[in-house]
Design a protein around this ligand. Structure first.
Ligand code: SF4
Length: 371
């Protein structure tokens, strides 16, 4: 009897990858999540919906995004309608989702698609990346899901799965390019969009960050990290630096009818273009009361509310004490006054909403109706 000829290594490796891809697609067909922005099996995906959901999902969970996605789609059912809205309207509807630069870029990208591309989304990863707010992952996800381009959409789920399948021990974020390269080797010619979504779902349901479900995993046979017993320790990440704490004062001026004085933040930088009550400088400690009063926007009978407002940004924590004053006549300033109804839809970021709720002693959150 002849011994079977051993296949060359590269051929075995590519067979193994193809069977991993097939197994992931089969798993997806049986277990796919039913998400509001996802096309049903056999339906083609609407690029507007894919783009809108992907921008919303950046740094946010599926559960948090779902009500916002539905509200946006109801109010602005296509990109031309979104482009016709003002940036303030879009940022106002976004309030609560955080990272407001995403809302501004969403609006800017809608302008580009509506005005430069005649309301039709570009199809390739490169052209999609030229849209404001669309990075490598989002461009690949839209290109694959909406246009069937063979692109690797590497979000945190996909990176986790790929790092384990190939036992990549290099630290993130440096490992990102290598993971994308390896991820692309798994993407099939047919159904690249389903494959992108398969990795997302598989990472969310099976290949979990903590305690991956390796015993019921459809690709355990070909998972190197599982074989080596190091799955849970991957992907390895560079240690995070602790976030510094900043403190300051906010000034909430009210007129006789309860309207609030607000200013607009500069276009660029943190919360760019959003509204806020006037703020003092931020430092390591809260300003002493006499210093805080010197920095108030108007001379008046300011009183400090008990306690403070706390909010976490990506790179720092912020605590603000809140000073309140009532003015029977509106003092002059470069900002403007908004009444209760207008406040509901104003482009006020969550941290500033917290400041106003603290200032106005709202038992029921002032902005609940806006959600
Ligand atoms: Fe993830 Fe475990 Fe499956 Fe590997 S065997 S892909 S670590 S769930």
């Amino acid at each position: 009897m002849h011994a079977r000829k051993k296949q060359p290594h590269h051929r075995r490796a590519s067979r193994k990858k193809a069977s991993t891809t097939d197994a992931l697609l089969t798993w997806y067909d049986a277990n796919r999540r039913d998400l509001p922005w996802r096309a049903k099996p056999g339906e083609s995906a609407d690029p507007y919906r894919v783009w809108l959901s992907e921008i919303m999902l950046q740094q946010t969970t599926v559960a948090a995004v779902a009500p916002y996605y539905r509200a946006f789609l109801k109010r602005w059912p296509n990109v031309n309608r979104l482009a016709a809205a003002s940036m303030d309207e879009v940022c106002g509807a976004w309030a609560g989702l955080g990272y407001y630069s995403r809302a501004r870029n969403l609006w800017r990208a809608a302008q580009v698609v509506a005005n430069k591309h005649g309301g039709v989304f570009p199809k390739t990863v490169d052209d999609l990346r030229a849209l404001p707010g669309v990075g490598a992952y989002t461009a690949a996800a839209i290109a694959a899901i909406a246009f069937g381009e063979r692109a690797a959409a590497m979000d945190a789920n996909a990176e986790r799965v790929v790092s384990r399948l190939f036992a990549v021990e290099e630290l993130l974020p440096q490992a990102r390019a290598r993971l994308a390269e390896l991820g692309l080797t798994l993407v099939p010619e047919q159904r690249p969009g389903d494959f992108a979504q398969a990795l997302m779902d598989f990472g969310s349901l099976i290949c979990l960050a903590k305690r991956p479900r390796c015993v019921s995993c459809a690709v355990a046979q070909s998972c190197t990290a599982f074989r080596l017993g190091i799955a849970e320790s991957l992907p390895r990440k560079a240690a995070k630096r602790p976030r510094p704490l900043k403190r300051g004062a906010a000034y909430v001026a009210l007129d006789g009818k309860g309207a609030v004085y607000l200013e607009r933040r500069p276009e660029n930088g943190l919360l760019g273009g959003m509204l806020q009550p006037p703020l003092g400088a931020w430092g390591e400690a809260f300003p002493k009361q006499d210093r805080a009063l010197e920095a108030a926007p108007f001379t008046g009978a300011w009183t400090k509310k008990l306690g403070f407002v706390r909010h976490g940004f990506t790179h720092f924590e912020l605590e603000m004490e809140v000073y309140v004053a009532n003015f029977s006549r509106r003092p002059n300033g470069e900002g403007f006054w908004l009444g209760a109804i207008e406040l509901q839809r104003a482009a006020l970021p969550t941290v500033m909403r917290k400041v106003l709720e603290h200032a106005l002693d709202e038992d029921v959150p002032l902005f609940a109706a806006a959600r």
